[in-house]
Ligand binder design. Structure first.
Ligand SMILES: *Cc1c(COP(=O)(O)O)cnc(C)c1O
Length: 376
């Protein structure tokens, strides 16, 4: 199988798995205990915390493990807005549903949310952020890289606006973490979400970075785990896996990123130049090196995906299947694509595990499938 859906999830790296195995077996101690077995778990959790901290330029005591990127996003938004009756949040129209639906929930709680529009490439303007700020604004939440079209946001510029107005900024960096160097200080981020399974780590573990004294309330209450800010017995194996995955991403980035980009550019240009009626969604330059999102005139994305699957190629569509009905992607709508165009969108997302031969195979198969679907 040719796996080109790395924006949905990534293969667990063998090295990550190796680091986790002891904690799924003999090293089962509860990290809160005092005996040697428990201390081994504690030590492993703290080592993972330092690895994540070092990968994003943070202090270890600012790194909190969660159960997913979704939980990190929920925590950032709900934890900042709790007790802020009638507070205002600025976000964008192209966020992941973990942020967007949390914002909808906050609206039901009486908060006001501004969903900033983006330009035709999916980029939000720092000036629009500045103009949306009111005296009630309590939080700005902007993703670093879009999960559908790969657009990179000008986070450092938005961070400067946020800092200038003394408003905390949350960054959903889940999609960026694999291929982009994250520096919470360069971005001036106060809160930042990560997820292990998007960077060749295990599913079901995430991180919320919380800068120093940022006034965030806990989302999960109970025991005193995670410095009293996120209750629940630690997922030690998952946390260890996340630490290893983030360390490897950081160590490999300098070689992996240009390699992925070369593969991506060959596939992207091959599609755009070789298939008539193929159009790129998103930005040609401000784009994750791993992402391609295209739509084809007169081709249904879902039908093409099924044909690709039969040809052994795993990709993804630009639509979300909600209750059996294909809803056009909110991201494609936000960049001005119409219903038909967004229903014809396909995302290919690469990783360092993809090969030249795989790209050749896709470029051999895809034009035929598109022509075939158009003929029917
Ligand atoms: C995958 C993803 C999430 C959710 O992370 P999970 O760990 O799968 O819950 C949030 N934001 C973005 C941008 C993502 O790509």
């Amino acid at each position: 199988m040719i796996y080109l859906d790395n924006a949905a999830t990534t293969m667990l790296s063998p090295e990550v798995l190796d680091s986790m195995v002891p904690f799924l077996g003999q090293q089962y101690g509860n990290a809160s205990g005092v005996y040697a077995l428990a201390r081994a778990s504690r030590k492993a959790v703290e080592q993972a915390r330092r690895a994540v901290a070092s990968a994003i330029g943070a202090d270890a005591k600012e790194v909190f493990f969660t159960g997913s990127g979704t939980e990190s996003d929920n925590w950032a938004l709900r934890g900042m807005m709790e007790g802020m009756a009638g507070g205002h949040v600025i976000t964008t129209a192209v966020e992941h549903h973990a942020v967007l639906n949390t914002c909808r929930w906050l609206e039901q709680q009486g908060h006001r949310i501004t969903y900033l529009a983006v330009d035709g490439e999916g980029i939000v303007s720092p000036d629009d952020v500045r103009h949306a700020i009111t005296e009630n604004t309590r939080l700005i939440s902007v993703m670093a890289a879009n999960n559908e079209i790969g657009t990179l946001q000008p986070i450092a510029e938005i961070g400067a606006v946020a800092r200038e107005h003394g408003i905390p900024m949350h960054v959903d960096a889940v999609q960026a973490a694999g291929t982009i160097a994250i520096d919470i200080n360069a971005w001036q981020a106060d809160l930042l979400s990560l997820s292990a399974h998007k960077v060749h780590g295990p599913k079901g573990v995430g991180v919320l970075y919380v800068r120093g004294k940022t006034p965030i309330k806990p989302l999960l209450v109970g025991g005193a785990q995670e410095m009293g800010r996120r209750a629940g017995t630690e997922n030690v194996a998952g946390i260890v896996g996340m630490g290893t995955a983030m360390r490897l991403a950081q160590e490999n980035r300098a070689t992996a990123t240009p390699r992925i980009k070369t593969l991506r550019d060959r596939l992207m240009n091959g599609i755009l130049d070789g298939i008539p009626g193929a159009h790129l969604n998103g930005s040609a330059t401000q784009r994750l090196c791993s992402n391609i999102n295209v739509h084809f005139d007169d081709v249904e994305g879902e039908a093409l995906l099924l044909r690709l699957d039969l040809a052994g190629i795993a990709a993804s569509s630009g639509a979300a299947c909600t209750a059996g009905a294909l809803e056009p992607s909110h991201v494609l709508v936000a960049i001005g694509r119409n219903r038909v165009q967004s229903r014809s969108a396909i995302r290919f997302s690469l990783s360092d595990l993809n090969t030249d031969e795989e790209i050749d195979e896709v470029l051999r198969v895809l034009p035929k499938l598109v022509a075939d679907l158009r003929a029917h």
